[in-house]
Ligand binder design. Sequence first.
Ligand SMILES: Cc1cc2nc3c(=O)[nH]c(=O)nc-3n(C[C@H](O)[C@H](O)[C@H](O)COP(=O)(O)OP(=O)(O)OC[C@H]3O[C@@H](n4cnc5c(N)ncnc54)[C@H](O)[C@@H]3O)c2cc1C
Length: 398
Amino acid sequence: MTSLRGRPGARSTIPRTHVVIIGAGLMGAAVGRELKRRRPDLAVTLLERAIPGAEASAAAAGILGAQAEPEGPGPLLDLALASRSRWSAFARALLQETGVDVGYRACGVLEVAFTDDAVQRLATRAHWMRLAGLAHHTLDRQEARQRQADVAAMVRGALWLPDDGAVDPRVLVPTVVAAARAAGVAVRSGCIVAGLEVGEGRVRAVQLDGPDGSCECVQADHVVVAAGAWTDLVPGLPACRTPVTPVRGQLARLRPPRPVTDCVLKAGAHYLVPRADGTLIVGATTEHVGWQRGVTDAGLAHLLAGACSLVPALADATVLEHWSGLRPHAGDGLPLLGPHAGIAGLHLASGLYRNGILLAPIAAEIVAAGVLGTAPPLADPAWLPGPASGLVQRRKTA
Ligand SMILES: Cc1cc2nc3c(=O)[nH]c(=O)nc-3n(C[C@H](O)[C@H](O)[C@H](O)COP(=O)(O)OP(=O)(O)OC[C@H]3O[C@@H](n4cnc5c(N)ncnc54)[C@H](O)[C@@H]3O)c2cc1C
């Protein structure tokens, strides 16, 4: 064997490990940024078929509802609390890396109840939050209106969650993409992933179809699938723990006649999120309509009725915008995060459903740790992509 050491002009040609991420939504960009922050020597490529960040991530309301969203203790609450505790540092780091303030605010969420049943549901939620030692305040009708004077007079009670917050995804998502670029991630748009190449049980490459009919094969040591609602459509992706399907959500932006809330207001599926410019985001519908991305009159009527029942003064608001997005819904309600058990080098960062904005910091850390082979900050088999260990076992022994 000939040693290269000391030979004039000789250069080491050890190829850099190449990580390819499919999908440049918030998840793909956050994972790419995290990988380059930890290991600047990695080559990381983010492949996007259309415009980076233009799908579910840009459509979101931006509630950071770590307590407001989970139904009770369990893996989702664990992830949500861990992510919320990272949000302040995440926003500060993005400011340093890009000069952009993404407008993170721990403004609190006020969950309000208008019926006896809803009061009972809030009491149940307060109970598990008390057991979990989480900050919360149960408010009676008068206290709820003292907290937010414009809440409808027929309010029966409320739950105040002071540690939850909000961020504006329209500022956040391009900022995370910019931070990924600044860290050295190569972002390529117009790349439709046409297949995954697997050999001897590990991922080898990603095949691309160009818009002009051209084909390209991108060698990869690791592939992270972060394709949102389209995850199951990535050609060649093997079975995961659970399918990911699209769930449409419609939102509207209003200009209220005057400021009506300084925190997130929520009643059941309806919510209001104040933005720094004085406008108000009204959400959201939950519709199982496949890949239909359009907005509907019925959807807008539903949003406005919900908004006015929460805050009657909004009857005089102006509707500025109405849009929709497709949430990536995992069948069992938990995201798919980390290495796939069946194929070495394949990782999932998907199924974030209603909480992808909230969960971005912790999800990015978990997935990056899986790629780098380091210990994740939080581990639970419940959110591993699978497939179920029984399936892998059967396949191995077949
Ligand atoms: C109406 C609505 C309100 C929401 N509100 C909140 C909220 O208040 N708080 C919260 O935390 N979360 C909220 N969410 C959820 C959050 O938006 C999502 O969980 C999150 O944005 C998912 O991010 P993602 O990167 O996985 O998906 P996406 O942002 O959808 O990105 C996936 C990307 O992959 C690309 N892609 C797909 N297939 C391929 C392929 N084959 N090749 C190349 N590229 C591909 C797509 O073009 C897309 O850019 C909301 C979602 C919606 C729709």
